[in-house]
Design a binder for this molecule. Sequence first.
Ligand SMILES: Nc1ncnc2c1ncn2[C@@H]1O[C@H](COP(=O)(O)OP(=O)(O)OP(=O)(O)O)[C@@H](O)[C@H]1O
Ligand SMILES: [Mg+2]
Length: 255
Amino acid sequence: MILIKLGGSAFSDKSRPLSFYEEPVRNLALLIKQHGITPVLIHGGGSFAHPVAKAYGLDRGIRDDGQLIGVSLTSLALSLLNERITSIFLKLKLPTYTIRTGAVFVRMLSGLRLSSDVVDLVRRLVEMGIIPVFYGDVIHDYKLGFSILSGDEIMVELAKWLKPKYALFLMDVEGVYSKGPRMGELIRVFKPSTQVSYSVGGVDATGGLMSKLKHAIELASMGVRTYLCSIMDQESLSLILTGGEPGRCTRIEVR
Ligand SMILES: Nc1ncnc2c1ncn2[C@@H]1O[C@H](COP(=O)(O)OP(=O)(O)OP(=O)(O)O)[C@@H](O)[C@H]1O
Ligand SMILES: [Mg+2]
């Protein structure tokens, strides 16, 4: 079992609202086809969802009724984005099946909850060879009314149940750099103690790379082989999928 997070940075320019690049998504679909695998795919919101979620303050919960229209707009933007992504897969005759994330995840006072029926469904879909697709979404929250569930957090939650062998986080950059995106050196092995500088490019409502690394460390702690790679780096991704070590990318190591 393989979990792939298709990061918003991989298919959109997060500083330009509603931007979408087809080529990187096509690249990923071709890679999946070439290796004959059925991963579980989780995509981010990119510049489709982050700007609207942020404009309505959804990252801080619901405090007035005016924000509810923002919930609908974010949800609509994500579903349109999901259509664009899955259409690219379909053009290559790769079957996908989207599971509306906000309908199966809720944030309770005790933490995130995913119904066990959904876990069973995902296993069945993978066995059949149809790619289950989730996405970072605005979900019901028992305390805040609504809150945002990032694609990176979905990776962790699904991994608890599905026990994948690999988790791949795909982005526009080749991995984690020591001094900010494409600045300093590419860190090949990232450990919890590794120090990096972050920079925020564009609008982000879910904590950017720092939060991604926190989730990636959680995955690695569960024994999942976890990498952060560029979506355009076919060579490294192919190597990972065939059990090798990639030439680029950042691998997360916890011990
Ligand atoms: N030190 C760093 N090394 C590498 N990338 C960095 C660094 N600091 C900031 N970044 C930025 O982090 C981004 C990845 O995290 P971000 O949450 O913005 O994207 P994503 O998770 O792919 O998108 P989404 O949240 O929409 O799914 C990269 O696009 C990069 O520009
Ligand atoms: Mg992100």
